[in-house]
Design a protein around this ligand. Sequence first.
Ligand SMILES: [Zn+2]
Length: 239
Amino acid sequence: MDHVLPNVEWLAGKVEDVQLLLVEPDSDLPSREDVLRLKRIHELHGNTYTVHLPTLKAVDGEKRRHSVETLARVIDLTRPADPLGWTLHVGPSPVAPDTDVERWHEWAVTSVLDLGQLTGVLPHHLRVENLYAADLAPLRRVVSASGCQLCLDVGHVVMARGRPLDAARDHLPVTGHIHLHGVTDRDHRSVAHFPDLSGFLALLEATRFDGVLTMEVFGKEDFESSLEAYARAAREVTT
Ligand SMILES: [Zn+2]
């Protein structure tokens, strides 16, 4: 967590919401003191937080229960920083070969509901995130059955050669969080590489999207180039 706090302090005055990446429960977890420092940064700068949780396992038995408990521990730890929501991947992917989609669906829904019950977090503050374009339909079923929301990663849609604007049109009504990034030699590159950024922002405006938009890029250079590209595209939308 030592590497996270300086980053949060640097970002706090520059963005409205900071996503905390806590995907490795054995090494990433903040201490109670760290979380109180995050809360103080929020009080000073007014920024909010969203939390990226470890993967929720849609499998049977003890492994699934253990996974739910692990995520619940991260939620309980971070709650004093008052996050707007918690994002998670459901693994294995519903579109992986040999996946029995009906059993996957049942386990995924049960896990999301168990996580809500164990922590007292309302389902719509939990967001299931796509890793591909093709897993949006099965995740959408989980959203419908559990009352959670979608975290729509439009960069992952691009990565999977899908159509990000179509995905947004289809799924924005149940989306509480958007991950935006460009794809070049790999994903999570500057938003400047995102196709039709101004068209995408116009769609968010037209549909009055009021969730969280995270530019999910790593490194100062990609972050600064993303801010510039975003501002340029936003100007195109308003003129
Ligand atoms: Zn993402």
